[in-house]
Each structure stands twice: as C-alpha cells, then as structure tokens.
Design a protein around this ligand. Sequence first.
Ligand SMILES: Nc1nc2c(c(=O)[nH]1)N[C@H]1C(S)=C(S)[C@@H](COP(=O)(O)O)O[C@H]1N2
Ligand SMILES: [Mo]
Length: 244
Amino acid sequence: MPVNEPAKPVFDVDRRKLLRSGLSLGALTFLTGCDISDNDTVQSVFAEISQWNNLVQGALFGGARLAPEYPESMAVKDFRYNAWYHADQSPQLSAADYKLELAGLIDNKKPWRVNDLYALPQKSQVTRHVCVEGWSMIGKWTGTPLSEFLKRVGADTTAKYVGFACADGYYESIDMATALHPQTIMAYQLSDQILPVKYGFPFKIRIPTKLGFKNPKFVTAIYVTNRNPGGFWVDRGYNWFSGI
Ligand SMILES: Nc1nc2c(c(=O)[nH]1)N[C@H]1C(S)=C(S)[C@@H](COP(=O)(O)O)O[C@H]1N2
Ligand SMILES: [Mo]
C-alpha cells in the first residue's frame, strides 16, 4: 500500500544511544578526529557505533534471557496503536484471500492460510511492549511460538536471520536466537480477541525481548537467510539488535 515516506530519524536516535553509553559528542569528535558538523561523517560514525551495539547486545542478551511476564490483570485492554500512518490507513487483509509466503532456507515453502495458522498450538503471554518513541504498555498476546512454526516448515535453524515482509511495506529481521526464543510468538490475538486490523491482522510477530518496531504487523512473508535483511526503521537509522 502506498504510504508517505517518514523522515530519517538517524541523528536523534543514535545520539540518545551515544549519550546513554557515556560518550559526549565532543569526546566523539576528539576520538575520531572528524568534523561532527559534516552530516555524512556523523552518520557513518553513528552507523559504526550501532554495529558495535549489535555485537555487544548480542553478547549481553544472548538468546536465553526471558522478558518479564505480568499478571493478566495488568494487561491493558485498549492498547495503543502505532505506525507511521493513521490507523484507518492500515492494510485490510481478507482472511479468505490471505496467504503467508515462505522463502529462503526453508524446506516446505507451501503458503499458509489463516485457518491453518490459527489451528497451530498456541500460548498466551502478558508482556510489556516498549516503543522507542517513549511509551510502553503491557498487553496480552496469544499465538504460536515462531520456533514451533519454523520447525514445522523445515527452516534451517542454523541460518543467521529470519526476515519478515508486511502488507504495508514494512519489513523487519531478527537473529535466529531471537526467532527460536520461547517468548517470540506469531500473535493472532490481543486481549483474547482476534487481532483487529490496525494491530496487524492476521498476525504480528510479538517479541517481548525487542523494542516495538521489531514486532512486525500484517506479516505476509517469512524468510530465512544468512544475509542481514535490515528493517524499515533500521534502514533509517535505528539500531538493528534493539534488545530490551
Ligand atoms: N507492519 C508494521 N509493523 C509495525 C509497525 C508498522 O508501522 N508497520 N510499527 C512498529 C512500531 S514502531 C510499533 S511501536 C508497533 C506498534 O504496534 P501496535 O499498533 O500493536 O501497538 O508495531 C511495530 N510494527
Ligand atoms: Mo514503536
């Protein structure tokens, strides 16, 4: 669906990370000897820091750490919506026509229909969604562990990345450890209701160990690859790993 190109958030986002890591812009100028008023140079330095963050975060968080889960009473019913466009512009996928496409290092690439997905084993979890824009909210999501699905379709789980394409042009990717993490689910329901359109019908990938933007909605394709596919916001400057 055609949507407006969002502004590039590179500078702000990475500057915040930089400040959190205890380095000032002045110290950075000193260390790198580069002119920080030159935007290209600034962005390439931030890109290097972001790459370093991927490595450090991968080492710190690994694949095993569990996100906190909360009592059901803490789950917010009227969940906040977010995307770069208004909710009523959300892609409306029809359950009858929908097909989840599979690609890359997967043995059985037969597309999946909604009913077949919804018939898979499911679990519920109450976790906190944290958006990089500065809000967070606890919700209850229900669906199939992505690891279970990847096993069923014969995905090569020794590959490095799992990528997702979405009906609104959004895309994301995660490391295999996160894809196989027990709390990473294909979420069909929010607050015990089939996912309403704006929240990503027919499903979103819910990853409570990652920032909100790494939780793609309206997923239309899943692929397994050894080449990092990047992501919609990642390619606009956010850090790829973005663990929480
Ligand atoms: N397809 C798609 N997925 C997306 C987004 C989007 O714009 N399109 N936005 C991301 C961001 S930044 C957030 S915070 C969450 C918001 O999910 P929600 O609308 O269920 O709260 O979806 C993420 N997944
Ligand atoms: Mo977000």
